[in-house]
Write a protein that binds this ligand. Structure first.
Ligand SMILES: [Fe+2]
Ligand SMILES: [Fe+2]
Length: 258
């Protein structure tokens, strides 16, 4: 029988879940553990379950029902989310990798900045590689194509000029930041729906939201750094950023589906 996407083996959960034998949730399907997560109180509406320091003597207000299983459309959304994010982080890693040699040869003072951004992109990619493997989501079929295009984009903009390379970063990170924000919005709507219905939200699901927020913030930091390093002095800035942003949107659209 084919296994559903996002299947998570109930190994760890079996040790922590109060009802492992009767909970039919699968992986992100069980949003992934039944323990409420304190981090959810940072921007979400107050979660009645979160402030409780103890599960031993819950008050009536904190007695939430177990997490609901994901619907097919939620499962499809999460699969698509992981797939497109992995593709995007691969592309970002390759852009910075291919920008570095031509850029630091001419402008050695940029080496620490590029190394910092590349290290963060490599960490993002590693995060999504792990999540894809864990939840058995297939990567995009266009992995080789994105690899070639991203490397070419990074190298060619860096050869053109420092400003062009930074405009490339500005364009890419603008699209990626907005992309992550859109995903976070959908995930928070899911959380709100579960909480409104009186269901717990799995710790791993909340962890996914926090991971996306952290990565989104780092992408926007790259955007700011690019602007600080004269991205908007690239000639012609409007054309460079317009073409690259359109390309990013196209790549995101395709990678969510293929
Ligand atoms: Fe990234
Ligand atoms: Fe980035």
């Amino acid at each position: 029988m084919p296994r559903p996407l996002l299947l998570l083996r109930p190994v760890a959960a079996a040790a922590t879940s109060p009802k492992p034998a009767t909970t039919p949730f699968l992986s992100l399907r069980r949003h992934l553990s039944t323990t409420p997560h304190a981090a959810a109180t940072t921007t979400n509406p107050p979660n009645p379950a979160s402030p409780s320091p103890s599960r031993a003597n819950p008050s009536p207000r904190t007695q939430l029902k177990p997490p609901l299983p994901l619907t097919p459309s939620q499962t499809a959304f999460l699969s698509s989310l992981l797939r497109v994010n992995q593709a995007g982080e691969l592309a970002a890693t390759l852009i910075y990798t291919s920008q570095t040699p031509p850029l630091v040869t001419r402008e050695p003072h940029l080496r620490p900045l590029l190394a910092h951004m590349l290290a963060q992109e490599a960490s993002h990619l590693s995060t999504f590689n792990t999540l894809l493997a864990k939840h058995r989501v297939r990567p995009t079929a266009l992995y080789p194509l994105w690899s070639v295009l991203a490397s070419g984009l990074g190298w060619s903009t860096a050869v053109l000029s420092r400003e062009a390379a930074m405009a490339c970063t500005e364009a890419v990170e603008t699209e990626i930041g907005g992309h992550y924000n859109g995903q976070i919005r959908v995930l928070l709507e899911m959380v709100e729906g579960w909480e409104r219905a009186g269901h717990e939200v799995g710790e791993e699901f909340r962890g996914l939201v926090e991971t996306l927020r952290r990565i989104r913030d780092e992408e926007l930091e790259h955007l700011d750094q690019a602007v600080e390093h004269d991205a908007q002095k690239a000639e012609p800035h409007w054309l460079l950023t317009g073409v690259i942003r359109a390309g990013c949107r196209g790549a995101i659209w395709v990678s969510e589906r293929v």
